[in-house]
Design a protein around this ligand. Structure first.
Ligand SMILES: *[C@@H]1O[C@H](CO)[C@@H](O)[C@H](O)[C@H]1NC(C)=O
Ligand SMILES: *[C@@H]1O[C@H](CO)[C@@H](O)[C@H](O)[C@H]1NC(C)=O
Ligand SMILES: *[C@@H]1O[C@H](CO)[C@@H](O)[C@H](O)[C@H]1NC(C)=O
Ligand SMILES: *[C@@H]1O[C@H](CO)[C@@H](O)[C@H](O)[C@H]1NC(C)=O
Length: 491
């Protein structure tokens, strides 16, 4: 009798779900049952096992600091609010953010962070697990692996997951080919990240893992590197060879409130979050969100926008977002129906130029003759001259290593898609350190030259040749904040 009732109820649920959206999966509906009903189910025919969702875990990380990078920490805080409303518990959400934005002297609303022009505060309640100097690659990897003994500082919270659990990882910051920025040194290299994901898989401590990645050249982190079969589905803001984009920037449309002299969000990031914010996530799959985010991030105007990509086990994109993000009960009647409810695609600013936009806007608005105006001017010019120094040094090194004609060609070569950036990652790290020893920190902007450094390895140049060329190209070692000898190396 009980058996019959459960079958009837099951059929009812199936018909309900397929008539509601056609794509909604059974998992979501089963989970929504009151606890007695699900217990009742379990006495049934074993149907249940596959549909049991374990614990949902999330690791959120902003890789930058500095007020001109406001948007990355705003993205991360927004993601926290979304997951919290979706029903994830604080003990299962691990946040890495430098935490220098909310109370930054430049912030026009002290203690508040917004991620869109008319958005609510997203800062309130965000756990401060790993902040300041504790935002390190080592701690991030240890948190993913659930290895408390490998931590140095921070709250000690790690992904202490089991075989039925689902993990969501979201990163937002600057990047370059094969590398993701961090507010501390060293930066995060693709090969190390992939090793960590493989290790996590080998430990058998998750059922499936979703990775959303916003950074320039973010496709290069997974391209030719993330194998199938790890039960990982990843999407990236851009392909392996292009920039990703900041949005809600001063002077663009829609622009932040006039008192903000910085971008509030990133194009790919706000696309997925503004979609997740308003829907019943039981009714939307990862694939549906991928398609929607892809079209919003591409932008019709090819002058800005990027190509959102997917990697790993694409089949997993059949899963509902609910499996990873939960769902906000207030959205229960907002089924995903496919069309883009979102605001019209906005104008955007290349990630790498967002700092210049900040200094420029600050300069423009500061009163004539004020210390603030001259400070903004100095910051702008310093950033520009560091860029020129890095660009010129790299070009010169290329010429010294490969000749005047071939140098630029070798440095800018792009391997066919599907191939990793470089075969010998240790060589790449060595080349980075060699460059930085003589020419100063690559820094946020200089990460774009990672492909050139990789190509130096791919062309078989040795570290001795590289050191000699760097020493010749950079006669004066930069000092202060641009010096890697003082600040630390990116690799
Ligand atoms: C955890 O980290 C420590 C220190 O880095 C390391 O010795 C140990 O092998 C790691 N444990 C596991 C299970 O990976
Ligand atoms: C880093 O973590 C340690 C240990 O939890 C803590 O005492 C320290 O205040 C943290 N540092 C920063 C900058 O947050
Ligand atoms: C995902 O679902 C679609 C539609 O139900 C189906 O056609 C496709 O084969 C599925 N893919 C995988 C890998 O399960
Ligand atoms: C959804 O719609 C049903 C039926 O109209 C209603 O009873 C319920 O309160 C609505 N849920 C929310 C969260 O508004």
């Amino acid at each position: 009798m009980a058996r019959l009732a459960s079958v009837v109820l099951l059929l009812f649920l199936v018909s309900l779900s397929s008539s509601a959206t056609g794509t909604r999966d059974l998992i979501g509906d089963v989970l929504r049952l009151p606890s007695e009903a699900s217990r009742f189910f379990r006495t049934g025919d074993g149907q249940q096992e596959d549909d049991t969702v374990g614990t949902r875990w999330a690791v959120l990380i902003a890789g930058s600091n500095g007020y001109w990078n406001y948007r990355h920490q705003a993205d991360i805080c927004h993601a926290y609010q979304l997951l919290k409303k979706g029903g994830l518990k604080d003990e299962n959400i691990i946040v890495f953010m430098y935490d220098d934005i909310a109370f930054n002297e430049e912030n026009p609303r002290p203690g508040v962070i917004i991620n869109s022009p008319d958005g609510d505060d997203v800062y309130k309640g965000v756990p401060k697990d790993y902040t300041g100097r504790n935002v390190t690659v080592g701690n991030f990897f240890a948190a993913i692996l659930g290895n408390k003994t490998a931590l140095t500082g921070g709250s000690g919270k790690v992904v202490d997951s089991g075989p039925n659990d689902h993990i969501f990882i979201y990163y937002s910051d600057h990047g370059g080919p094969g590398v993701l920025g961090m507010p501390t040194f060293p930066y995060m290299y693709a090969n190390k990240l992939i090793e960590v994901l493989k290790k996590k898989h080998a430990a058998g401590t998750y059922k499936s893992l979703v990775f959303y990645l916003e950074a320039c050249e973010s496709g290069s982190i997974f391209e030719g590197l993330l194998p199938e079969g790890l039960n990982i589905f990843a999407t990236t803001a851009s392909n392996a060879v292009e920039s990703s984009w900041g949005t809600y920037c001063p002077g663009e449309y829609p622009s932040p409130p006039p008192e903000y002299e910085t971008c509030l969000g990133d194009l790919y990031s706000v696309a997925w979050m503004e979609d997740s914010d308003i829907h019943n996530l039981r009714s939307e799959t990862l694939r549906q969100q991928y398609e929607l985010v892809k079209s919003r991030t591409a932008s019709d105007n090819s002058a800005y926008g990027s190509h959102v990509m997917q990697y790993g086990d694409i089949g997993l994109s059949n899963n509902s977002l609910f499996m990873y993000m939960g769902t906000n009960p207030a959205n229960e009647n907002y089924t995903f129906v496919g069309q883009n409810y979102l605001r019209p695609s906005s104008k955007a600013v290349n990630q790498r130029d967002a700092d210049l936009v900040h200094f420029w806007d600050k300069f423009r608005k500061a009163p004539e003759g004020s210390p603030r105006k001259s400070q903004a001017q100095r910051e702008f010019l310093e950033a520009m001259s560091h860029r020129m120094h890095i660009d010129e040094s790299m070009k010169l090194i290329g010429k010294l290593l490969f000749g005047v004609e071939k140098g630029p060609e070798v440095l800018s070569a792009v391997r066919p898609s599907g191939q990793p950036l470089v075969d010998d990652w240790d060589c790449l790290m060595t080349m980075v350190r060699s460059f930085e020893t003589y020419c100063g920190s690559l820094s946020q902007y200089g990460m774009k030259h990672m492909r050139s450094l990789a190509n130096i390895c791919n062309a078989g140049r040795t570290k001795e040749q590289m050191a000699e060329a760097s020493a010749q190209a950079c006669v004066n070692v930069p000092s202060g904040r641009w010096s890697s000898l003082h600040m630390g190396f990116s690799a």
